[in-house]
Structure formats: structure tokens, C-alpha cells
Ligand binder design. Structure first.
Ligand code: SAM
Length: 291
């Protein structure tokens, strides 16, 4: 068959042939526009010198383009119904490995070390299941895989949070958690009509690429991230009050928080949403210095 899987006709034909329908509970929305796939491959800068990990191949719409373009593709699918489909429709690609597993609990490192036959740049691409966008992205960011970039289709509203700058409504601990590791850019906005079934919201292709050098040095990452989360617990409250709730209401702690905010050069009434990553890092250092 010389028509791409990512077309309305091929997708309906495959769903019919295998008697399948999309499961909402697993975030299944299949892409039916081949231009989107070309775009993802281009944005992710995938060529014959690239190894690719994919989460959620579904019936193979993106997987097909990845196998065409990349050196090798390793793809994790949780829904067992799709495994025979992928084997039948894409089995002729000898640079593709499909693994039936939950991408959140599988030992990624082991599969990566076992499967890829050359030490090439490694990227993640996916049309993500929207109900677990954040856990999946954090799982890959915090893994010990050396990922060059992540290029993923997600809800537009989440894409805006991931790429948000300080002082904006969308900015929060998620923006910092991702931007600490990677440079984030919204590459395209995508309407519901390119999916079957169509989701209720607009989507976006977001491209995140690893910094050559991290822009901010953080000495104690656990404490830094704790501080960041605490700084945004109640957005209407000042940073000081949020930190008091999180770190301790004793007079000595309150005083320490006030001093650290001041010595970081921040306004005592500042809100968490105004702080950049380096502001939070400086504040973490000042607080630790007072311990
Ligand atoms: N890649 C296909 C496409 O673009 O048409 C399907 C994308 S669909 C939005 C998301 C896919 O992720 C589904 O195939 C779903 O079964 C799969 N999925 C959901 N949760 C998963 C998990 N925890 N691990 C691996 N795959 C998962």
C-alpha cells in the first residue's frame, strides 16, 4: 500500500480491518494528515544519523515517517491491540522495534542500550496521550538518557505553560521544571481536524532541545525544585507567604525567609511568578547559607 497511514482513508481502513476503535482512556487520537508527520520529522531534525524513541505509536501514523527518516526507531505502546497491527503494517522496516510496554514504567535505559546499534544523537518524538503529558515529559527529562531533544504534540494550553516566561499567567513550576533542562519553543499550532477522533482542544508541536551548557547552575536540585513548587502553591500569595507555609511557620524560619528574599535582591512582596530560574537558584543558595 503506497498511501501513508496518516491519511483519513488508510486510518479508517486499518481501524475497520482490525475491528478497532480509539480508547479515550488511553488518550488515543490518531493523526490523519501526512503533512503533520513531515513537519514533526523536520522540526525534530531527524535524518539517517538520528536514533529515535517514540511513545505511543498507535496504528503507526508517525512511526512510519520516523522509520523512513531515521537510523533506528524504538517505540513503546501500552495497548496490546495495536501490536499485531504495527507488526503487519510496518513489519517490513528492519530499523524499527515495537515494544509492548507502559513508557512510564519500562526500563528505558536497558532498551536503549540493547537496541540501538550505533552511538548517534538520540531524540524523543511523539503524539503524546494528553492525559499523561507531564508525567511522560518529566520521566524522560529526569531519566539518565542522553536526549538531544524532545519534539512532541501536546495540548496547546500545556505547550504555553511549558514555554512560558516569568511574569506571565502561564508561567509556573512546570515551566521551570522543563526550562531548567531544555530550551523550549512552540513550533506549530495544530487544529483538532487533523486527528481522528478530534480532540476538544487545539494542539501544538513543541520542540525542546538540550542546552549545550545549562544557563543556571543549581547546587542542590532537590531543594531548588522544592522551593520552586512551594513558590507557586498559591498564586495570589506573596513568595514569602508561600514559603512560610512550606518551610515552617516558626519565627526563626520566617525571619530566615525574609532575609534570604532580601539578600537575593528581591522585593519582599514579590510573587513566585515573577522569579526567573536564576532568581530561584539564588534564593535557594541564600536560604541554605542561613542554615
Ligand atoms: N502515534 C499515533 C498517532 O500519532 O496517530 C497515536 C497517538 S495517540 C495520541 C497516543 C498513543 O499513546 C496511543 O496509541 C495510546 O495507546 C498510547 N499510550 C497511552 N498511554 C501510554 C503509555 N503509558 N505508554 C505507552 N503508550 C501509551
Amino acid at each position: 500500500n503506497n498511501k501513508a497511514i496518516a491519511t483519513p482513508s488508510r486510518t479508517s481502513q486499518i481501524l475497520k480491518k482490525y475491528n478497532l476503535s480509539a480508547k479515550k482512556s488511553l488518550g488515543q487520537n490518531f493523526i490523519i494528515d501526512p503533512n503533520i508527520m513531515d513537519n514533526i520529522v523536520k522540526i525534530a531534525q531527524i535524518d539517517q544519523q538520528t536514533n529515535v524513541i517514540e511513545v505511543g505509536p498507535g496504528i503507526g501514523a508517525l512511526t512510519e515517517s520516523l522509520a523512513e527518516a531515521a537510523h533506528q526507531v524504538l517505540s513503546f505502546e501500552i495497548d496490546d491491540r495495536f501490536i499485531p497491527v504495527l507488526e503487519n503494517e510496518l513489519g517490513h522496516y528492519d530499523n524499527l522495534k515495537i515494544v509492548h510496554a507502559d513508557a512510564l514504567s519500562v526500563d528505558l535505559r536497558k532498551y536503549v542500550d540493547d537496541y540501538f546499534d550505533a552511538d548517534l544523537p538520540l531524540v524523543l518524538t511523539a503524539n503524546l496521550p494528553y492525559y499523561i503529558t507531564t508525567p511522560i515529559l518529566m520521566h524522560f527529562l529526569e531519566s539518565d538518557l542522553d536526549l538531544e531533544s524532545m519534539t512532541v504534540m501536546i495540548q496547546k494550553e500545556v505547550a504555553e505553560r511549558l514555554s512560558a516566561k516569568p511574569g506571565t499567567k502561564a508561567y509556573g513550576s512546570l515551566s521551570i521544571a522543563v526550562q531548567y533542562y531544555m530550551q523550549v519553543e512552540i513550533a506549530a499550532i495544530v487544529p483538532p481536524t487533523v486527528f481522528n477522533p478530534a480532540p476538544n482542544v487545539d494542539s501544538a508541536i513543541i520542540h525542546m532541545s538540550k542546552y549545550k551548557k545549562k544557563p543556571v547552575e543549581v547546587k542542590d536540585e532537590d531543594f531548588f525544585f522544592r522551593l520552586v513548587r512551594q513558590g507557586f502553591v498559591q498564586r495570589r500569595k506573596t513568595l514569602r507567604n508561600n514559603l512560610i507555609v512550606g518551610l515552617g511557620k516558626e519565627e526563626a524560619t520566617k525571619e530566615k525567609i525574609g532575609l534570604a528574599i532580601e539578600s537575593s535582591g528581591l522585593d519582599p512582596k514579590v510573587r513566585g511568578e515573577a522569579l526567573s530560574i536564576s532568581d530561584f537558584s539564588r534564593l535557594a543558595e541564600e536560604l541554605k547559607a542561613l542554615d
